[in-house]
Design a protein around this ligand. Structure first.
Ligand code: C2E
Ligand code: CA
Ligand code: CA
Length: 727
């Protein structure tokens, strides 16, 4: 009875120790004591199981030698590993009556016998869910098996140990968990904080303070908006809303620190979910200002040339790819390669070379427009990307102006340097290829330009469609047409409406192309206008017409007047007036016999200056006619202010004058009003007798058209009779 009471008291004490979280080793000592009281000559041991390597190690065993203890560390459990290894493995009680003849003990027998151990009763210590924690054993100095009471006792002891271990492990796991998260919160270098569902701060870690400078006390209770840039409030709000619905968010916003400086943060919002309900939002904010700055810097360095500050080839290519898709291939690429740069660099040193490259970059940049894109590829090579003015007619004049720009001397570090450039041009719209291919084409063209002797441009003509190719070639050839005497003047007579007598001639230019034959002005005048070549061309026509007319009039009783067409581009140019005077002087032609035909559109634009110029010309004695009248917007009353003498009704009105009532009315109105203003009226494009009669009846003064004569070369003109049409 005493025994039972003592045992109950022991158990009660052990349970109290467990409940008050006493250390496991103290509890183990008490359990050992409890068992030893019943079995005074037994050696009580406990081996702790380590699931990571499936071993057991002796942690308690009073009276055992140090050597034995050492031998019992990290013993792999198994079906035939002494008593404990086997008990742990099979998870059941193992009773070894005599160690000396038990086959499972072969490996440990000798050391056990040395310790005077003959019997071993071993029992697994495990949790209710069969998770193994260790083994509890008693060793005995003589071979023996347990009585029922003894078995119950050691099982009870194992149960108490299991209970104690389970509790301490729970505790530890809990402690580890809470402290682990606590330190995650405390020591996280980023700002970690908790917001309630209205977006106000409930907690903030030290990182919040080190990033933004605000202490936790300052932050608590405030709304996150108060720390963010106004324009980012929406972004933050939308993300916070999503997080509140349970969806984690990730975004970047601008924020202010305690000094009011702006900085960039990368924010993570995570819902705090308790029992399936969002009760708040965690935030983690990381300062990425310097990271972003260095990214930008890196990006700049990757895409820019450091010497000139211009984009480099990488930047150029990425911009080109973008533009190719945006502009649907309507881009032009120039590749500008300096001629003779290497010798300057080698001869005068790299510093001079670098300064020259910078000067080249500046000159190019000055010439380009905001929509154009300039880059330095490498060494002495620059790239230009055009999108807004990528059409041939726009791009080519620019290439030419860049060429002449670079051919002008540079003054660099007291050296006067002459360089020129070879430019390769490639056109996106003709190929719609990718960026690197387009650049490749421009490269090929540069090489071609170099081969042509430098200081020139070449167009990549791979498989350009034929109209573009023709345009390019025509343009180049037109340059030479004037010099090589390929331009010819034809003359078309204008006759008096009543008598049919020739009173004047209109000079009409033709291009006698060596391969293509005669090219009509409609095919090259617009081209020449767009490139500026019209100026040389018109100057030549003016000069030629004055010369020709002198010889035509030489054999005539009544001298004829010659009309020359003047392009608006030419007319607007400074120096035009002097050119007219010069042509008259050189030919000796009576100014009264020269007439200039200008279009009405020209009069409308920049009127003040145009009217003054017209007046000066008129004062010379030269007459001015308004060409293609009726196609523009000028009203007749507006003509009153102009010092002109004649209007030429456009051919389109004459064309259906005999069928279209409306046109007939317009023509009649024009003639009446013009006469009222004292102007002569010419009708162009008379092809039939009916048209002629119609206009005669409407009192038109002068007639012109195929019905009387086509435009003819000078030699043929001289053979025409005085009166037209020929009988
Ligand atoms: P424009 O000044 O209206 O010249 C009259 C055009 O009508 C000429 O065409 C002439 O050949 C054509 N024509 C004359 N009578 C008839 C007819 O009965 N029926 C038809 N269908 N056509 C007729 P062309 O020579 O081809 O010249 C076309 C345009 O080119 C001219 O129109 C003028 O604007 C321009 N042009 C011609 N020569 C010169 C020049 O030396 N300098 C400049 N700047 N422009 C020129
Ligand atoms: Ca004309
Ligand atoms: Ca005309």
């Amino acid at each position: 009875m005493n025994h039972i009471l003592a045992e109950l008291a022991d158990q009660q004490k052990i349970q109290d120790m467990i409940a008050s979280h006493e250390p496991f080793m103290a509890i183990l000592a008490e359990v050992t004591k409890m068992v030893a009281r019943e079995m005074p000559d037994a050696t009580v041991t406990f081996m702790l199981y380590d699931p990571t390597d499936d071993t057991i190690s002796l942690v308690a065993g009073e009276g055992l030698s140090e050597a034995y203890r050492r031998g019992m560390q990290r013993v792999k459990i198994g079906p035939s590993v002494a008593s404990c290894g086997r008990a742990a493995y099979a998870q059941q009680v193992v009773i070894t009556r005599d160690i000396s003849d038990d086959p499972n003990w072969v490996n440990y027998r000798e050391s056990a016998l040395q310790e005077n151990l003959r019997a071993c009763w071993s029992i697994p210590v495990k949790m209710t869910n069969d998770i193994l924690l260790g083994t509890f054993s008693t060793y005995h100095p003589v071979p023996c098996t347990p009585t029922d009471d003894q078995l119950v006792l050691i099982m009870r002891a194992a149960g108490l140990l299991a209970f104690a271990l389970a509790r301490t492990q729970d505790q530890r796991a809990l402690r580890i968990q809470s402290q682990r998260y606590q330190s995650l919160f405390n020591y996280h270098p980023d700002a970690v904080f908790e917001l309630d569902l209205s977006g106000r701060f409930v907690a903030a870690n030290r990182g919040s303070e080190s990033i933004a400078g605000f202490s936790e006390e300052h932050i608590l209770g405030l709304h996150f908006n108060e720390f963010l840039k106004a324009e980012d409030h929406d972004t933050a709000h939308q993300a916070f809303d999503q997080a509140r619905k349970g969806i984690p968010q990730y975004y970047e916003v601008g924020a202010y620190n305690i000094r009011g400086d702006e900085y960039l943060i990368e924010v993570t919002n995570l819902p705090i979910i308790v029992d399936n309900e969002v009760v708040g939002v965690y935030g983690i904010a990381k300062d990425i200002t310097s990271q972003r700055e260095s990214e930008l810097k890196l990006h700049f360095q990757r895409t820019h040339d450091l010497l000139t500050g211009l984009p480099n080839r990488v930047g150029f290519e990425s911009r080109l790819s973008e533009d190719l898709s945006l502009a649907k291939g309507h881009v032009a690429v120039f590749l500008i390669n300096l001629d003779g740069f290497a010798s300057i660099n080698d001869g005068l040193g790299h510093a001079v070379g670098d300064h020259l490259l910078q000067a080249v970059a500046n000159r190019l940049a000055d010439e380009l427009e905001p929509g154009d894109f300039l880059a330095r590829f490498a060494g002495d090579e620059f790239g230009v990307l055009l999108t807004e003015r990528s059409r041939v007619e726009q791009a080519l004049p620019l290439v030419e102006s860049l060429l002449s720009l670079l051919a002008k001397p540079f003054v660099i570090d007291e050296h006067v340097l002459h360089v020129s450039a070879s430019i390769g041009v490639a056109l996106g719209q003709a190929f719609s290829k990718n960026a690197s291919e387009l650049i490749q084409h421009a490269h090929l063209a540069v090489r071609e330009a170099k081969a042509q002797g430098r200081n020139t441009w070449e167009w990549y003509i791979g498989d350009v469609d034929s109209t573009v190719r023709e345009h390019i070639e025509l343009r180049r050839e037109l340059l030479e047409a004037v010099e090589h005497d390929q331009l010819v003047l034809y003359y078309q007579p204008l006759v008096d409406a009543v008598s049919g007598e020739i009173t004047s001639l209109e000079a009409l230019v033709r291009w006698r192309h060596p391969e293509r034959g005669m090219i009509p002005p409609g095919d090259f005048i617009p081209l020449a206008e767009s490139t500026g070549q019209i100026i040389d061309l018109d100057r030549w026509v003016l000069w030629r017409a004055c010369q020709d007319l002198e010889s035509i009039n030489a054999g005539r009783k009544e001298p004829l007047t010659v009309a020359v067409n003047i392009s608006p581009v030419h007319f607007r140019r400074n120096g035009f007036f002097d050119e007219v005077k010069q042509a008259l002087d050189e030919s000796g032609l009576n100014p009264e016999k020269l007439e200039l035909e200008v279009t009405e559109g020209l009069m409308m634009a920049g009127s003040e200056k145009a009217i003054e110029l017209l007046q000066n010309i008129r004062n010379l004695g030269v007459r001015v006619a308004i060409d293609d009248f009726g196609t523009g917007f000028s009203s007749l009353s507006y003509l009153r202010q102009l010092p002109i003498s004649k209007i030429k009704i456009d051919r389109s009105f004459v064309l259906d004058i005999d069928s279209g009532r409306e046109n007939a009315a317009i023509v009649e109105g024009i003639i009446t009003m013009a006469h009222h203003l004292g102007l002569e009226v010419v009708a162009e494009g008379i092809e039939t007798e009916r048209q002629r009669n119609d206009l005669v009846n409407r009192r038109c003064d002068i007639l012109q058209g195929f019905y009387f004569s086509r435009p003819v070369p000078l030699a043929e003109l001289l053979k025409l009779p005085q009166q037209l049409p020929e009988a």
